[in-house]
Design a protein around this ligand. Structure first.
Ligand code: ADP
Length: 211
């Protein structure tokens, strides 16, 4: 027998586009959020099998003295070495995908947001019912990221290079939020999508074989 499951809204966008802010705006309306990055961080906790596999592949110097992952160093390695990035992704993405599916199967919500920066780049998220893209002008994206992370324009560019070009991402969106205005403007758009998703989720029943 098929089992009811939530409608899944995959949320993505380039670095600094406003994904986290949009998630917070949905969360304050009571929407369940599954955050792929957060799941990834939990999976590589000290002593975890995923962390051991990463270290075996990429080297002991990714660990701090207390056995936790040096994220900054992993980030540098990944941006300078595409092969290392593919190896790390081959370990982490399937684990993240299983953890997400488990959460979806346990969820009692009629719909939820699955936030993943690489939603469209990775093949792990093909089960999303809709793709909500947060789109922001590049200059604003860079400005907001630099302010948030205190990093150089170069670093932001490097991250943008491993993400899909903006136009391709937007072309694959079923739903689009423009985050070029102020936060009140962003919140109004979130409110509209909230109403729309409430209606959509109740108009149709989603069952697990779709996963
Ligand atoms: P992402 O999660 O996509 O990387 P964030 O939601 O963290 O992006 O947004 C990047 C930065 O820009 C954050 O510091 C956030 O507070 C800020 N920000 C996002 N949207 C707006 C906006 N409309 N106006 C002003 N600042 C914003």
């Amino acid at each position: 027998m098929s089992q009811l499951r939530p409608m899944i809204i995959g949320l993505t966008g380039g670095i600094g586009s406003g994904k986290t802010t949009v998630c917070q705006m949905f969360a304050k309306r009571g929407v369940e959020i599954i955050d792929a990055d957060q799941i990834g961080r939990t999976l590589v906790a000290p002593g975890s099998i995923a962390l051991q596999q990463l270290i075996a592949l990429l080297g002991q110097d990714l660990l701090t003295a207390d056995g936790s992952l040096q994220r900054q160093r992993l980030r540098q390695l990944i941006f300078s070495d595409p092969h290392a990035r593919h190896q790390a992704e081959a370990i982490l993405h399937p684990l993240i995908r299983s953890a997400i599916l488990e959460k979806i199967n346990e969820s009692a919500s009629s719909w939820l947001i699955l936030a993943a920066p690489l939603l469209l780049e990775s093949k792990s998220y093909d089960f999303a019912d809709r793709i909500l893209v947060v789109d922001t002008d590049e200059t604003l994206q860079i400005e907001r990221t630099r302010e948030r992370d205190h990093c150089s324009e170069d670093e932001v560019h490097r991250i943008m290079q491993i993400q899909l070009p903006r136009t391709e991402r937007v072309a694959r969106a079923t739903d689009l939020i423009h985050n070029n205005g102020d936060l009140a403007n962003l919140d109004r758009q979130v409110a509209e999508y909230f109403e729309r998703y409430e209606k959509l989720a109740h108009a149709r029943q989603y069952t697990t074989p779709g996963l």
